[in-house]
Design a protein around this ligand. Structure first.
Ligand code: FES
Length: 345
């Protein structure tokens, strides 16, 4: 972690004051704490000062200290300790905090930092020419399950690739709304590529867990046997082992029915395509896709079908599997490096 000091005097404004709304909010916030414990409001107040001016100035620190009757040094200690407080002006449209801790580093955060260096500024905490963007490397931000990730102000952006990260930076610069959370078709922190466990739970059992609607009044008709069965806590008629096995087998068979005829000969290592891991490679093989050529030649209709089977719509096009596969088919890793400027995954 870098040494955290206040910005040079030449960039420090002489004064700070909360605007009318923030002043009212600050008074209400201070009043939430028990008598004699008003200093506990120091972090929310500093945060509000940062939200107002974009960074925490020396004048803001002194102003907050005066409001809470604290020595300046105590508030300075807080502001310099927590990395969410920016101590010098940062990008007005986005200050990008890239997590560089081990899980994110193992999943490619170093490449994200290279993107920051090339698109924003070689140095952290320095803005781009127009003063709209800046970046820094930070420690774990608690979204390791979707590593690598970055945070911009209060939002996180996860499952990043250098390509998507570049696009995002352009979107921030253009003032667009950037999609938050996972940048792949993953729901929150659910497994990538769809569920991998409990995939054979019979539909009836899932339905039975839904809470039954409350009767509208005391005179409501008595629940039917079916409604009773659907009440929370009602005994669920468990399908026999044989029925379960048969249903799972049928599902499995459907998911594995090939869409394509796999070419004869050696299979390609589809995992070299960014976005394809061992699980997806297995699923692609089950669909009859075993070579780069096949991926490179997928039509729009076929992409939709494969998307459907892999349960993550849009991933193939967003990660541009076709272009990656085309390069790999043409000249392997060397051609990939030439086209994408990096090693295939
Ligand atoms: S290591 Fe990056 S979010 Fe935890």
């Amino acid at each position: 972690m870098s040494v955290r000091r206040l910005a040079e005097d030449k960039v420090q404004p002489q004064e700070f004051a909360f605007n009318a709304d923030n002043k009212k909010w600050a008074k209400q916030t201070i009043a939430k704490y028990p008598k004699g414990r008003q200093q506990s409001a120091v972090i929310p107040l500093l945060m509000r000062a940062q939200d107002q001016d974009g960074w925490v100035t020396k004048a803001a620190i002194e102003h907050v200290a005066d409001m809470l009757e604290m020595p300046y040094i105590r508030v300075l200690e807080v502001a310099t300790f927590y990395t969410q407080f920016q101590l010098k002006p940062v990008g007005t449209k986005a200050h990008i905090q890239v997590c560089g801790t081990t899980p994110c580093m193992l999943r490619g955060s170093e490449d994200l930092i290279k993107v920051c260096k090339s698109k924003i500024n070689e140095k952290p905490f320095e803005t781009n020419e127009s003063g709209t963007l800046s970046w820094e490397e930070v420690e774990c931000l608690g979204a390791c399950v979707n590593a690598p990730m970055a945070m911009v102000f209060k939002d996180t952006y996860e499952d990043l690739t250098p390509e998507r990260f570049e696009e995002m930076i352009d979107e921030f610069e253009a003032g667009k709304d950037v999609k938050t959370g996972p940048q792949i078709n993953r729901q929150f922190a659910a497994p990538e590529g769809g569920h991998v466990t409990l995939t054979d739970v019979p539909a009836k059992a899932t339905k039975a867990r839904k809470p039954a609607a409350k009767p509208a009044s005391n005179t409501a008709p008595k629940p039917t046997a079916k409604q009773k069965a659907e009440e929370p806590g009602a005994k669920v008629k468990t399908p026999s082992k044989t029925a379960k096995k048969a249903a799972a087998k049928a599902d499995d068979a459907e998911m594995k029915t090939p869409l394509f005829e796999a070419p004869e000969g050696q299979k390609d290592d589809l995992k070299l395509i960014s976005g394809v891991g061992p699980v997806l490679e297995g699923k692609l093989n089950d669909l009859g896709i075993t070579t780069y050529q096949q991926v490179a030649k997928l039509t729009k209709k076929q992409i939709a079908e494969v998307d459907d089977r892999l349960s993550f719509k849009g991933r193939i096009e967003r990660d541009d599997w076709k272009a990656q596969a085309k390069a790999l088919a043409k000249g392997g890793a060397d051609e990939y490096r030439k086209v994408f400027g990096k090693d295939p995954r």
